[in-house]
Write a protein that binds this ligand. Structure first.
Ligand SMILES: Cc1ncc(COP(=O)(O)OP(=O)(O)O)c(N)n1
Ligand SMILES: Cc1nc(C(=O)O)sc1CCOP(=O)(O)O
Ligand SMILES: [Mg+2]
Length: 219
């Protein structure tokens, strides 16, 4: 029986509102375009935005997500998640530990954790996580990641063995999201492929359709 007070995170594309990609667009504009395309899960990732601006952006993006019925997670920042009434956070090795995030956020919000393999997913479960972000699945230029690229086969094994829903991240885009969905992954996190698209909303529709058509097919 599922006794969690949190509904499962929606499946499919998991889209990052990142301040390092297309910096000429505001975070709110990026989120608005993603939501116009039907995005159901956004993660606000602000590595360059000063704190006061970040708080204002978090409040505005969370409000738009709530209007659209989408989930909004804050990257790294449990404080901003609480101040903006976000749905939760995503934390990795260099952030607050997931146990502390859970302690601060309580049972009603999501805590996502970065894992590099099955063992990390097991540890994340014990720490109170709701899902794991597993990567880098493919090569990425958005971030320098110290961990090796997993590739689809290793990723498929993690999905099969993980006790938590898995969201693949790193180099995911329209060219490969169907393959990611076919592994049985719960979600596919996308940054540059969607934010660099000429029509961001249309790219979200294409990513969702490709994910849905291949979901769990094992192809
Ligand atoms: C869904 C998802 N998975 C993994 C990450 C990476 O988080 P982290 O390891 O904390 O690295 P930064 O994003 O903080 O650079 C993520 N953000 N989202
Ligand atoms: C933020 C992040 N974390 C990663 C990890 O493997 O932990 S890869 C990544 C960036 C993903 O960007 P893109 O979709 O543009 O490749
Ligand atoms: Mg982090």
């Amino acid at each position: 029986m599922n006794v969690s007070p949190r509904p499962p995170l929606p499946q499919g594309p998991y889209l990052l509102v990142d301040d390092s990609v297309r910096p000429e667009l505001s975070l709110v504009d990026k989120a608005t375009c993603l939501l116009a395309g039907g995005a159901r899960v956004l993660q606000l990732r602000m590595k360059r935005t000063p704190p006061r601006e970040a708080l204002a952006a978090a409040r505005a993006v969370v409000a738009r997500c709530r209007e659209a019925g989408a989930v909004c997670l804050l990257n790294d920042r449990v404080d901003l998640a609480l101040l903006s009434d976000a749905h939760g956070v995503h934390v990795g090795d260099e952030d607050l530990p997931p146990e502390a995030a859970r302690e601060l956020l309580g049972p009603g919000r999501y805590v996502g954790v970065t894992a590099r393999g099955t063992e990390g997913a097991r540890t994340a479960l014990a720490a109170g996580a709701d899902y794991v972000g597993v990567g880098p699945l493919f090569g990425t230029t958005t971030k320098v990641v110290q961990a090796p690229v997993l590739g689809l086969e290793a990723f498929r094994r993690v999905v099969a063995e993980s006790p938590l829903p898995v969201v693949g991240i790193g180099g995911v885009g329209l060219a490969n999201i169907a393959q990611v969905a076919a592994t049985g992954a719960h979600g596919a996190a996308v940054v540059s492929d969607v934010l660099l698209a000429q029509d961001i909303a249309e790219r979200v529709r294409q990513l969702s359709a490709a994910f849905d058509s291949a979901r769990g097919t094992g192809l």
